[in-house]
Design a protein around this ligand. Structure first.
Ligand code: IPT
Length: 986
């Protein structure tokens, strides 16, 4: 018997490529080129064998499909069913066995063919074909000849095709495998997608041209002068007209009178580098990155990274992004005060970096590397420590640095993400340091930080972050490592996991960033939900679009909706988490008080002369006065106390409305990313009687008797109650009267906090299935008093609640007092009451915090005022439905429609209003599963909610935002008006 063993294939060889050219910068050149994007013939097959002879020019591909390159082949057909094969999502777990460097026989293979003619170009020179991104491994053929192969999905590979290329009728054929040795190095937390997903270009390389250049442009803040060295071919000439520079390359220059580049003022000097054969456009930004005294600085000023982690994502095209989408990301970031991006976890499409140069964003450019799944086997055979992978690691780093080295926005190089420890990482760091000593080197996975320049952590909680800020963290593994690390600045490469509703706790992180020079800031995880557009097959609205997550394509191994943890919904609609972040990252902090406003600048590189300020007074949400505020231009980091105009300071006479002062800062002139008047910051203060907490209405005396009804139940003024004492109708408006509610549809943070997940504890306790027992219903001095015990089956904890109703002034007044029963061991999701009102009452007008949602630890972006919305617009379109949409501090709400209205006053309470119950919300997997209740809107009026935190991956809520079972009281007024009925008063 003979056994045939499979020989190693090129794509399971750890060698990163065969025949690719040395990496170099991606240059903006006048040399001839031909985009090879557009229609290609395409075939997808289930195994690596592919199609025999597909590379031959004469091969008949007439029966093949036509696809538009670049693309991810799993997304062909989306938002309909995927045409070839389904996307799959895993976070840490590799979707194939850990048997490196081999991969399963099931290895989808995409084959691509297209024809091209050479563009006209000067005689001589060479021809190169450039692939900017192919996932995960590919081999290239030109006119039937094999040119080479490569792996490194998010890295550029070029091949010299001069020998085989003809003036016309060339056939380029590319075979791409889904899995390769390279897949072991690409275990990022994202969809597994394959194909030629970034541009392909044919380039002419002129004789006597410029293959590469390296701009080194520093800025000496003390001397206010720039330094410039452009490395390029011998004899090349640097031309920067604005600076009057026309000088040979490779000679250091000192440049007087330059303005530095920063994310705040992204001053670029555009020019060229020329040789007789080629001219390349360059954009020079002068800036110097340094570490002084454990502080990261740029141009001498401390660097605070107010950043986000950005994966490249589009719900229809996956990791293929067009320029408009990239620009939209940058503009949205700038409009939300974000100043930094970590390119998690691979170099982005190069055009994104050009936008960051132009608009101003600090970039931590990360190499395409992650071996996280080896953690599942105790890091056994982790490539980071295996010599056989060394070349692949180094190749990835060199391709990252060489491509992006001329972008002023890039201030640091990151070796990759979650790849454990090992000598290969150290080699990457050593290579990068010698190649580019002018940027810092980052890697999080080795907490000793011996070979990097910043101490980096992910998801350190507030307390630990503060300790590190103070330099009082526990020691590293040995004295030398500890001494080294204590001299390093600190960065949170990931924090505040933005999954689902939340994150909570941003304001407290922002305060730590401000307080400690050692803390260079951080990057929120993450920018956008990676949902895939799909159409609901059934449900209430068949064909309605929703965003799929892990498991929706039937994957047998997946990580569910953990792929949807961004500040933007998949369609790039900003979430309220992003609104919160915009406040946490605001360039100026405004603290109004009755007599004036303190303005503090967080800017480090410019004064605030580009900002204009306004003030506004509102009484119970009604504008009373407003004006312009004169604030002197603050120097970087400066602070000023500015008096308010007299008209803004006078409190209304008591008992008056609540008077709030709002001060806001705006762009005085249009910026490339927002129009003039765009608000960058605001602050509010209550100025009527600021020392007092918001007024609670005192308990009114009853002014109508409480009468038993013959048919059972009670009549109290305009209210009819059933025999159990539940309000059934108010002034002709049917209701399902308020009763205690303790539960919420768990958020992702409630569900996932490791070890402590409150959602599991809530379900175990039975808070999602409370039973109500009426203890007593009684008329007492004209009031209706109802006492109930509300407890889950099989448990001895819960709440005793007294509802005490009075008729008052043509309406009803309710006092709810809840007291815990038994020994509670878990936090309470919410404390309040839920009622149902007719579905037609879908117009909502409220006085309180708005317009967006707010939770105890995510309340910075909302303001006191009067707001109107329809119920549908109060819902946040979470990719996985969950608690959302609460409005805090409400003192009055009117729900109206269909010629009826219900007004609730008092509190202040937390309002939610939804066309479905919390139970339905919790049961839905996607928004398209939610069926609006035809009869009722479900309204909750709460005294308090449990905080959000970011426990889905980060810390849970801070202790002050934990809601423990406690006695609570809610004091509420109800009035209604129904069509054809006389109003219930007022
Ligand atoms: C961290 C990863 O670096 C990131 O890619 C993402 O998966 C994030 O978590 C969660 O969404 S790793 C985690 C173990 C802290």
């Amino acid at each position: 018997m003979t056994a045939a063993r499979q020989g190693p294939a090129w794509f399971t060889d750890t060698a990163p490529h065969h025949g690719a050219l040395a990496p170099r910068a991606l240059l903006d050149t006048d040399a001839a080129s031909l985009p090879l994007d557009g229609a290609w013939a395409f075939r997808c097959s289930a195994t690596a064998a592919g199609t025999a002879g597909f590379e031959e020019s004469g091969f008949d591909d007439g029966s093949w499909a036509r696809v538009q390159v670049p693309h991810c082949w799993q997304l062909e057909g989306v938002p309909g069913p995927p045409r070839y094969s389904a996307p799959a999502y895993t976070n840490v777990t590799y979707p194939f066995p850990l048997d490196p460097p081999d991969v399963p026989d099931e290895n989808q293979t995409g084959e691509y063919r297209r024809r091209f003619d050479l563009p006209s170009a000067p005689a001589g020179g060479r021809w190169v074909v450039r692939f900017e991104g192919v996932d995960s491994a590919f081999e290239v053929y030109l006119n039937g000849e094999r040119i080479g192969d490569a792996m490194g999905s998010r890295l550029v590979h070029e091949f010299d095709v001069t020998a085989g290329v003809r003036p016309t009728g060339n056939l380029i054929a590319v075979r791409v495998h889904q899995w390769s040795a390279g897949s072991y190095l690409e275990d990022q937390d994202m969809w597994w997608l394959s194909g030629i997903f970034r541009p392909v270009t044919l380039l002419h390389r002129p004789a006597d041209g410029i293959d590469d250049l390296f701009v080194h442009a520093g800025f000496n803040a003390a001397a206010r002068q720039g330094s410039l060295l452009v490395e390029g071919p011998r004899g090349a000439v640097v031309h920067l007209p604005e600076l009057g520079i026309e000088a040979p390359a490779n000679e250091p220059l000192v440049v007087q009178g330059v303005e530095p580049w920063s994310a705040e003022v992204p001053r670029l000097y555009r020019g060229t580098l020329s040789t007789p054969g080629e001219t390349v456009r360059i954009a020079v930004g002068f800036r110097t990155v340094a570490i002084e005294d454990a502080t990261l600085t740029v141009n001498g000023a401390p660097l605070k990274l107010r950043g986000v982690n950005r994966h490249e994502w589009h719900p229809r095209t996956g990791r293929t992004l067009d320029l408009d989408t990239m620009r939209a990301d940058v503009e949205l970031m700038k409009r939300h005060n974000i100043n930094a991006v970590r390119t998690s976890h691979y170099p982005p499409d190069a055009r994104f970096l050009a936008l960051c140069d132009e608009y101003g964003l600090w970039v931590l450019d990360e190499c395409d590397l992650e071996t996280h799944g080896f953690v599942k086997v105790g890091w056994h055979r982790n490539p980071s420590g295996e010599p056989v992978w060394r070349d692949a690691f180094l190749d990835r780093m060199t391709r990252t640095v060489e491509r992006d080295k001329n972008h002023p926005c890039v201030v640091g190089w990151s070796l990759g993400n979650e790849s454990g420890r090992g000598a290969n990482l150290e080699s990457m760091a050593a290579w990068a340091r010698q190649r580019d000593p002018d940027r810092f080197i980052h890697y999080e996975g080795d907490w000793d930080s011996t070979y990097v320049d910043v101490y980096s952590r992910m998801y350190a909680d507030h307390a630990e972050t503060e300790l590190i800020g103070r330099g009082e963290e526990p020691p590293a593994s040995g004295p030398a490592a500890d001494a080294h690390r204590r001299a390093l600045p600190f960065v949170l490469c990931e924090y505040a996991h933005a999954m689902g509703t939340g994150p909570g706790g941003l304001a407290e992180y922002a305060a730590l960033f401000d307080a400690y020079p050692r803390i260079a800031g951080g990057f929120v995880w993450e920018w956008i939900d990676h949902g895939i557009a799909q159409r609901a097959p059934g449900g209430p609205t068949p064909g309605a679009e929703f965003f799929a997550y892990g498991g929706d394509f039937g994957e047998d191994v997946h990580d569910g909706n953990f792929v949807a943890d961004g500040l933007l919904f998949p369609d790039r609609r900003p979430s309220s988490g992003l609104a919160e972040l915009a406040v946490a990252y605001a360039p100026v902090v405004l603290e109004p008080r009755p007599d004036g406003v303190r303005v503090r600048s967080r800017l480090a590189h410019r004064d605030t002369s580009h900002l204009a300020y306004r003030w506004r007074i509102e009484d119970d949400g009604e504008a009373v006065a407003s004006g312009v505020l004169d604030v002197p231009a603050l120097e970087p980091g400066g602070c000023a106390d500015v008096p308010l105009p007299r008209s803004a300071a006078a409190p209304p006479p008591p008992p008056g409305p609540e008077r709030w002062l709002t001060v806001s800062a705006h762009l005085a002139e249009a910026a490339p990313w927002a129009g003039a008047g765009h608000e960058v910051a605001f602050g509010q203060a209550r100025v009527d009687r600021p020392e007092e907490p918001p007024r609670r209405p005192s308990r009114p005396a009853g002014d109508a008797p409480c009468l038993p009804l013959a048919a059972g139940g009670w009549q109290l003024g305009p209210g009819r109650f059933d025999a159990a004492g539940r309000l059934a109708e108010l002034a002709g408006v049917p209701l399902v009267g308020p009763r205690l509610d303790l539960w919420r549809a768990p958020t992702d943070n409630d569900e996932r906090a490791p070890g402590t997940a409150p959602a599991a504890a809530w379900r175990a306790l039975g808070l999602d299935r409370l039973r109500h027992r009426t203890v007593s219903v009684a008329e007492e001095q004209g009031a209706l008093s109802v006492v109930a015990h509300v407890m889950p089956a099989g448990r001895d904890v819960g709440y005793e609640v007294e509802y005490r109703w009075h008729a008052h002034d043509g309406g009803l007044h309710l006092d709810v007092v809840g007291s815990p029963l038994g020994a509670w061991q878990v936090p309470v999701p919410r404390l309040g009451v839920r009622l149902a009102v007719p579905a037609a009452l879908r117009r909502v007008e409220w006085l309180g915090l708005g317009p967006g949602e707010s939770y105890p630890d995510a309340v910075a972006s909302v303001r006191q005022g009067r707001f109107t919305a329809c119920v549908a617009d109060l819902q946040e379109p979470c990719v996985r439905p969950q608690e959302n949409g609460a409005r805090r501090c409400v003192r009055r709400v009117t729900l109206s429609g269909g010629a009826a209205a219900l007004t609730v006053t008092g509190g202040p309470f937390i309002l939610t209003a939804r066309p479905w119950t919390s139970e339905a919300l919790a049961a839905a997997a996607h928004p398209t599963d939610l069926v609006p209740d035809p009869h009722w809107l479900w309204v909750t009026l709460d005294a308090e909610h449990h905080g959000l935190g970011s426990g889905a991956c980060g810390p849970v809520e801070l202790p002050q935002y934990r809601l423990d079972a406690r006695r609570f009281r809610l004091s509420l007024g109800f009035r209604a008006e129904a069509a054809g009925r006389k109003g219930s008063g007022g």
